[in-house]
Design a protein around this ligand. Structure first.
Ligand code: SF4
Length: 62
């Protein structure tokens, strides 16, 4: 098990500054892509995240 600190990670927004979307290490465009091995593929984690978002009701402010 390991940990890392990515200079592109925006802690305030909990997302990727480089890709302007959710941080999923190893996803397409990520600096870690091809450099690290993950227990689950990045594509699988992105797909799960997208499904999770779809199932949650939006939190729009009025
Ligand atoms: S997706 Fe990759 S490049 Fe972006 S913040 Fe996460 S680890 Fe860094």
């Amino acid at each position: 098990m390991g940990s890392f600190a990515c200079p592109h990670y925006d802690t305030a927004k909990d997302g990727c500054l480089r890709l302007k979307t959710d941080c999923v290490p190893g996803r397409r465009g990520c600096v870690l892509r091809g450099k690290s091995v993950f227990a689950f593929s990045a594509e699988e984690r992105v797909r799960e995240l997208e499904e999770e978002k779809k199932s949650k009701p939006s939190r729009r402010r009025r």
